[in-house]
Design a protein around this ligand. Structure first.
Ligand SMILES: [Zn+2]
Length: 443
């Protein structure tokens, strides 16, 4: 009843009319024909296309270091995955992305499904070939983009109904479509279609419904996934900020035995302390021998804390997006290089950074100065490209250092020195102090 009243309160004139017709009358468009809805509740174990090799555990916190062997090569965890929305990391060529050390990047199913579209992806043989990327790709389900980008998206048991951004015609993304598209993309890690709502939503009944529906949709995704032996499907734990719902969801999802597990629905404006409680609660219930991916986080302090709470993988558009606003992520915090104080600063973007942008010419880098970025900012896109290169490299290097610290069992020291430098005189935020104390790290 709650859902019904929620739906009717929104403006879905065209969709409501269309939804009275049988689902096959929806124009196939980029997402292919609407498949019959499966009601499978299979919990059978599917083959996996990865192996997870746990190398070390921090003796104080829940931090772990591992190697994840994927179809396009191994990746070292914990890791940050940059987001290449349109099969391109804005401003970087595949070679430049490779130079940052990235071996797993994200593509958005929604964007690739619209353009170039499934037929082109099938013809070329997937997104690796399309973008000339020989390493791993993770794709989202497409659902989140729809709900966040399209005002008229509406979720029903069948899938996400929305209006084509091209011509306004009604369309539908089901778990089966999402799998079919991700199978055509050929991503090494595919995400299930889930029912995502704002974590801060006060509607508990709707939150519970979204969590339970996400489990049902996972079953449909498992049933529809054509290539489990070469593509890995990850489930997504939902349940908002309600820890009981999260626990129930963990139990149901773990039972489905997917090769990897994501914690979703966070980074939606909730308090950081709430975010930490959810991650901490979930990692306690997840199997040791599977990778754990916390979706949508990219601030260095969030990642360093989430690693201590037992998470392995992270993604976010922030490091690349903020580069386009002239912001450089450094060990001493974020610097806005559009500020006139950098006009005569001839030092590198970050001292001792080994990225192509910062490295001196004599070491094979570009030897770019802060003054040059200041000069280019807001005038030439190359300034944004250079900073993108630096920011992605910075996060990957932060993760490498975190990983080495875990391997050498000195993660608590690493965390303390990270926070001392990153926040310097501003002081470490309370939420981080509390969350870290919860896993035995005193700052
Ligand atoms: Zn750099």
């Amino acid at each position: 009843m709650q859902l019904a009243s929620r739906v009717t309160s929104l403006r879905f004139d065209i969709l409501t009319a269309a939804s009275l017709r049988p689902s096959f009358s929806f124009r196939p468009y980029a997402f292919g024909p609407v498949a019959n809805m499966s009601t499978s509740t299979s919990t059978s174990t599917k083959p996996s296309a990865l192996t997870f090799d746990l190398k070390a555990r921090c003796s104080t916190s829940k931090a772990r270091a591992s190697i994840l062997h994927l179809p396009h090569g191994p990746v070292e965890l914990p890791m940050f995955m940059p987001v290449a929305t349109q099969a391109s990391l804005k401003g970087l060529t595949p070679e430049q992305l490779e130079e940052t050390g990235c071996r797993l990047c994200l593509n958005n199913t929604y964007h690739l499904g619209l353009k170039p579209g499934q037929a082109v992806l099938d013809a070329i043989g997937g997104a690796h070939k399309l973008q000339g990327w020989d390493y791993n790709i993770l794709t989202d389900s497409g659902g989140f983009q729809m709900v966040s980008l399209l005002k008229l998206a509406k979720i029903t048991e069948e899938g996400v109904r929305f209006l084509s951004p091209h011509d306004g015609s009604p369309m539908l993304l089901t778990p089966e479509h999402s799998m079919s598209l991700q199978n055509s993309i050929g991503s090494d890690i595919m995400m299930q279609l889930d029912d995502v709502i704002q974590t801060t939503s006060p509607d508990h009944a709707r939150m519970k419904e979204a969590m339970e529906r996400s489990v049902r949709w996972l079953d449909r995704c498992i049933a529809a996934h054509k290539y489990p032996e070469r593509q890995n499907l990850f489930c997504i734990i939902q349940g908002g900020l309600d820890l009981d719902l999260r626990r129930q969801c963990c139990e149901a999802m773990v039972e489905r035995d997917t090769p990897g597990i994501a914690i979703g629905g966070l980074s939606g404006g909730e308090a950081k302390s709430e975010f930490c409680k959810v991650v901490d609660t979930c990692t306690d219930l997840l199997p040791e021998q599977k990778p754990r991916y916390v979706m949508g986080i990219g601030y260095p302090e969030d990642i360093v804390v989430a690693v201590a709470l037992g998470a392995d993988m992270f993604d976010c558009v922030w490091p690349t997006r903020t580069a386009r606003f002239g912001n450089a992520i450094t060990s001493c915090g974020v610097l806005n290089l559009k500020h006139s104080r950098y006009a005569k600063d001839f030092g590198p973007v970050e001292e001792d950074c080994t990225c192509t942008c910062c490295r001196p010419k004599e070491d094979g880098g570009l030897g770019i100065s802060r003054a040059y970025i200041y000069h280019l900012a807001a005038k030439e896109t190359v300034g944004a490209h250079l900073l993108t290169m630096h920011n992605v490299h910075h996060l990957l290097s932060l993760m490498r250092r975190a990983r080495n610290a875990i391997l050498e069992d000195r993660y608590p020291e690493f965390v303390r020195s990270f926070f001392a430098k990153y926040f310097a005189d501003k002081g470490v935020p309370d939420w981080a102090v509390d969350a870290l104390r919860g896993v035995g790290i005193e700052i």
